[in-house]
Design a protein around this ligand. Sequence first.
Ligand code: GSH
Length: 256
Amino acid sequence: MLTLYGNAFSPFSRKVQLVLEHKGIDYEMVDGLSPANRDRLAEVNKRLEVPAIDDDGLIVVNSADIVAYLERVFPDPHVYPSDHESWVKARAWERCSDSVIDPILVDISYWVWAIREDKMPDGLLEAARADLAAIYDALDRELDGGDWVCGELSIADIALFPHLSGTRLLQVPFEESRHPNLLEWYKRCRAVKIFADDVARTKAYVAEPAAMDIEREKIFWRGDRIEWILARGYHEWLVKEIEEGRVIWPKLGIPA
Ligand SMILES: N[C@@H](CCC(=O)N[C@@H](CS)C(=O)NCC(=O)O)C(=O)O
């Protein structure tokens, strides 16, 4: 059986789990971010990141690569649209979810779930709100007249959903007045079983932050999340984090 090394708190892991469930693929889940499973995760992903999958000994890491692999091996129902234009658009929204939306939301989330004594630096929440508003505007336009971001339910919706489901908690919600199509899309997703189950799993996981079985004192920093924090002017804050030992770096992700 296929094994997913994931975690209910990771949007990338949730994306892969949604694809597995949409395609009806049997899988077992190992919590890859639980300290108890660190050695097992290291065996499949040297970067020590989730998600990773083990499909009968074939290891695939990185959520977009995993989704592409699943689409090859289990093509039906497909998550990449069949016409070229929608395929390009769906990949673009998946990439935007992974490398633009994720960094903004994760960088402002540390003051919600991590164990820290400081307050969020001044202006960071406002910077997140401004950047996300531009993304919500674009999504609202994409959804004008359609149920799903790229015509049919696709990887675009699946990649976006785990991120956008956390925006109210993080105080950066999309609003009925400015983003009515996006709000309707969100409600439409919530009515689909795979998305409802995803939200239930994550809610149960974060219900008691003190019981969350992940590293909560040091932050795991990787590329896009560093880029956004630096691009918004918070280099001094990040340097202090490094100097004060609150940082974990990914290990070298060399295959094999
Ligand atoms: N590019 C990777 C990013 C995966 C990623 O950032 N995973 C985070 C969780 S969301 C992680 O495993 N971090 C390690 C940690 O927090 O210890 C993907 O798409 O799979």
